[in-house]
Write a protein that binds this ligand. Sequence first.
Ligand code: HAM
Length: 423
Amino acid sequence: MAIQRPKGTQDLLPGTVEQWQYLEETIRTVCREYGYEEIRTPMFEATELFQRGVGQTTDIVKKEMYTFLDKGDRSMTLRPEMTASVCRAYVENKLYGQPQPVKLYYIGSMFRYERPQSGRFRQFHQFGVEVLGADQAVVDAEVISLVWNLYQRLGLRGLEVHVNSVGCPTCRARHREQLQEFLATRQNALCTDCQERFERNPLRILDCKNPSCQAVTVGAPTTLDTLCEDCGTHFERLKTLLEAAGVVYRVNPRLVRGLDYYTKTAFEVMVEEIGAQSAICGGGRYDRLVEEIGGPPTPGIGFAMGIERVLAALQVQHQLPEEKPKLFGLLIALGEKAQTEGFALTSTLRSQGIPVSMDLLSRSLKSQLKAADRQGARFAFIFGEEELERQVILIRDLKLGEQIEVPLVEAIEEINKKYKRGV
Ligand code: HAM
């Protein structure tokens, strides 16, 4: 039996790849406009980085990591996300010594052993940004406005931007206490996962999708109820700035993110049209993470968006460029001698930046013309035994159905002229 790709992974074929490139190019343009620089980190890291960074009690660390021992018996993990890696790189490369804040972005593959379904993969791709070394609410606002403006640029509609504040460890301890007090008498109605969360991480109970847990938590204290003065002021300032930037958002006091490192701001963007996996972007502030992984105390904030999900949303909203880029010309050489000269001509044209293909199967004129048509080529440059003899080439405009004959020595100049004129 033929070998198949692993479950939860995808082959991206020509036709689809162009859509990815379009999205990636738009992302890079917006990042440049906002002054973010690209960072690339390894696909795998020491397992401990994610255990300490993402958090031992999270689903990601408990159930979803691709962890393996390398041949030197070191525990390694394929990255399930990149925030921890970026913080590690920030510390390891002493980026804290550079002018702050450091504004970085990345596009790359992530790996999580999840149950594959529509919009959920085991190898998926994220575009994310991380800003390290700045703690003011204006940074949070800049990051959220970058997401907003990217989606506007792409023409995405029906966005729901949810923002919340999960507070600092001081407010969180108070919230935890109040939440446990609220849930204490209702514990039996919680699902088994949430019963376990009750002691370890009760905040996550607010985020459980189980209907009975949702019923139990109606009216439960939210993190917004227990914010300290500093966190409260930060959140108010963020809201003012988002309004100033024209970002349409909603405060969702029940928004809890699935990773442990968040402090203060947490946010998510949803597009309902793409189904159950509607979160296209999630992020927040993580003022303790750099220290947690062994660096100097450094505030941070960022987000990541699922490229597959953004593309799915663009697809259902018909916002993706449909057409594959068309070929400018196909050089049709007939016979071995013509192929030799045609091959040289094709190389020269390509080196001048003109996209020209050549038949690689020595097919007949008729089938080569058909191939040119299939590839949407505007021109066929026909070069047979007879043309070779007379040192000329035929330039056929496949759109207009016209054909001219030019001396071979003038071919390059003539084709260049047409290419530059855009016909
Ligand atoms: P996250 O919420 O785990 O956050 O993932 C961010 C986004 O990645 C999700 O909103 C979703 O669009 C996409 N995503 C996650 N898992 C999958 C999957 N299995 N298949 C397809 N798409 C998926 C983080 O990863 C944080 N590192 C974000 C962050 C950056 N926070 C601060 N800085």
